[in-house]
Design a protein around this ligand. Structure first.
Ligand SMILES: Nc1ncnc2c1ncn2[C@@H]1O[C@H](COP(=O)(O)OP(=O)(O)OP(=O)(O)O)[C@@H](O)[C@H]1O
Ligand SMILES: [Mg+2]
Length: 307
């Protein structure tokens, strides 16, 4: 269990049930993660502003004036950087409040819903009303609710035959707990993510202070992701730096439009494994390898979409 005393030694604390990881913020690794996600700067700025406002406003302004719940939701296709952005955002907020003593709790939704039948609701209630509430009592807390559709499933779409009543009740419990925590803990912020916004309960979405769609990268963003990836490789294999600076990056980026950021970075790995020789000596990577790998990734993606 997490209490005010042992939060002081977070690194030694065994995370309570339902919490996968607890970190002190700021954390430079998360700073690098935020920078590595290429996204319209207006969207990034909106996320930071909303998250910072949460901590400046909620403790001072009545919920009767502005009913903030302290929840930000990121939605978008798989591999678009939502989880990375959520972690990076937590870090950016902590950066804005030096000596704030922020921490980040990462919830593992599957460990709650895989509890024995009939226990999900209780596990969810305990997580929010005990572990999260105690952490927030000890200091500013940001909670990552990844794949939130698992915890706040749309009750109107769940068939009672296929989905046990337990899951319906878990959604009820999440909503009740969010309301209570919003009242009790102004220094708490949830950052939730979902690939399936249509599967998230409307009452959950309605409690979100900001819902942001994280899109697939357009052409310029694809070029930036490719350049970032190739420059990263060039730190170890300097010859690859020439590819990052090549005029053909634009054409390669055009081939990547339609892929998500994860797929683009993986495509570069595919290009590196074009032959045993390139794999053994990545400095041999060529633009032709990259173009072929990009076309193959796109073709696979389209084939997957038609299935
Ligand atoms: N816009 C982007 N710019 C740069 N890199 C990106 C971008 N989107 C994704 N990536 C890369 O893809 C990897 C996966 O990102 P992440 O796990 O955050 O995506 P996600 O949206 O949470 O995916 P999922 O929905 O499958 O959970 C990241 O490590 C990052 O390197
Ligand atoms: Mg994710």
């Amino acid at each position: 269990m997490l209490n005010a005393q042992n939060v002081a030694q977070l690194d030694d604390v065994h995370a309570p049930k339902g919490i996968q990881r607890i970190r002190r913020l700021p954390d430079s690794q998360l700073g690098a993660m935020w920078d590595s996600i290429i996204l319209d700067s207006a969207i990034k700025s909106q996320l930071v502003s909303q998250a910072v406002l949460n901590f400046t406003l909620r403790g001072k302004i009545s919920r009767n004036v502005i009913p903030l719940h302290g929840v930000i939701l990121l939605v978008g296709p798989p591999g678009t950087g939502k989880t990375s952005l959520a972690r990076g955002l937590a870090n950016r907020v902590a950066d804005m409040f030096p000596r704030g003593g922020f921490k980040l709790l990462e919830v593992d939704p599957h460990s709650l819903t895989s509890s024995a039948m009939g226990k999900t609701q209780r596990a969810v209630s305990e997580l929010f009303s005990q572990s999260i509430s105690e952490a927030a009592s000890a200091g500013p807390t940001i909670v990552l609710l990844d794949e939130v559709e698992t915890l706040a499933a749309d009750r109107s779409k769940l068939s009672l035959e296929a989905n046990p009543v337990d899951i319906h009740r878990a959604t009820d419990a999440v909503l009740v707990q969010l309301d209570q925590l919003a009242e009790q803990h102004p220094n708490l912020l949830f950052i939730a993510t979902s690939n399936f916004p249509e599967a998230v309960d409307a009452a959950f979405t309605s409690r979100c202070d900001l819902v942001v769609e994280v899109p697939l990268p357009e052409r310029t963003a694809c070029a930036q992701i490719l350049t970032d990836c190739l420059n990263g490789l060039a730190q170890t294999f300097p010859a690859i730096g020439q590819l990052a600076r090549s005029n053909d990056i634009g054409a390669l980026a055009a081939e990547c439009v339609g892929l998500d950021g994860r797929a683009i970075r993986k495509m570069v790995a595919t290009a590196l494994s074009t032959s045993p020789e390139t794999a053994a000596d990545p400095s041999r990577l060529t633009m032709a390898n990259l173009l072929l790998a990009a076309r193959a990734s796109k073709a696979n993606r389209l084939k997957g979409a038609r299935k």
